[in-house]
Design a binder for this molecule. Sequence first.
Ligand code: FAD
Length: 377
Amino acid sequence: MALNTDELSLLAQTGELATQHVAPGAARWARERLTGTELLPLAADVGLLGLQVPVAHGGRGLSFSCKAQAAEILAAADFGVAMALINTHNVAEQLARLASPGLARRLIPALVLGRHSACTALTEPGAGSDFSAIQTQAMAVPGGWQLDGVKSWITNAVHAEVIVVYAQTHAGAGAAGIAAFVVEAQRPGFQRLPAAEKGPISTIDAGGFRLAGYRCTEEEMLSPPGEAFKDILGAINGARTYVAAMCCGMVGEALRVASAFGNQRQTFGKSLLGHQGWRWQLADAAIDLEAARLMVRQACAMIDAGQQAQSAAAKAKVFATRMAQKHIAALMHAMGAEGLGENYPFVRHLAAAQIAGLVDGSTEMLLERIAKDLKVP
Ligand SMILES: Cc1cc2nc3c(=O)[nH]c(=O)nc-3n(C[C@H](O)[C@H](O)[C@H](O)COP(=O)(O)OP(=O)(O)OC[C@H]3O[C@@H](n4cnc5c(N)ncnc54)[C@H](O)[C@@H]3O)c2cc1C
């Protein structure tokens, strides 16, 4: 899909944000285990936090294709930052679609302006891939709902103020009983858990929280049982596609850095690039990167056209995450010991490629999805 001038301008500014702020900070954030929250206002200035949010809600109302390209640009510098920013954006966009006018007016502006971060919480200590097995309970009480349970491995949970929580309204009902609720971290009954889950990419700010007697009003049920599961499955096609785009961003950057290194590093009297066996590794990466980008572009076009993108998104994510896992490791190896240095992105990107293979549907879950769509008798 051809992007309009507004979208191209946003992508140009995203490129500046990535090169001037994200890339220079990434090594320090990783070393000092710091988070990238300082970027929220800068991302808001560029328009990233309201990219797909309708103009009427203070956003930019741009396309999914534009969002995926922004994700690719940001992830080339740091996957964690890209995920953290996009997860805040996603909650603003979901509120614009599903919240009552009053709730939307109260919560969206602070997200779009980068004053608060947000997250989407499905995963629990006992349920990841098997989402329908979540145990967080929503019990009807006078005037609303009471939420009790624990969520873990949630992007942005270290600092998020607004959280979309998926909870079971009817024990044993599985997917049909799951509803989505808006939770605010400042209210009684919300307790952040110590950030033991940061993992190797600190900028993704993954963490957990406990809900103990947390009260929601009726209005704060964002999506009722029966619809919440369908809504998240629709949104997840977008997430799978932009994670695939992020993998392309990381491999593109690894390829750029390895090429530049291979041009100046000499062995046996010539540059590394002068050795056929060495440069073929780069050619292999370039081929797979182009194929992954085409798959991402196809899924983006289907999403923007309102078509069913379930299979295209799953295929793009499986291919792109495997491509990133393979080629970032190979390109890092091609750099020799130098590739381990913190001024290069390889170690961070390699860990990120592993995370990409889990979030928003692990490779195995997506293979199941693709196999179902084959409709083999
Ligand atoms: C950094 C990070 C950020 C995250 N952010 C979020 C977030 O914002 N919100 C959120 O809700 N979750 C988030 N997650 C959680 C993520 O969605 C889960 O990790 C993912 O769903 C897999 O669940 P699990 O880790 O519990 O693995 P499990 O479900 O326990 O699976 C373990 C392994 O077994 C495989 N497996 C499971 N079942 C089968 C099967 N039937 N057949 C074959 N293989 C199988 C899986 O693919 C996986 O490799 C995040 C995770 C990470 C690492």
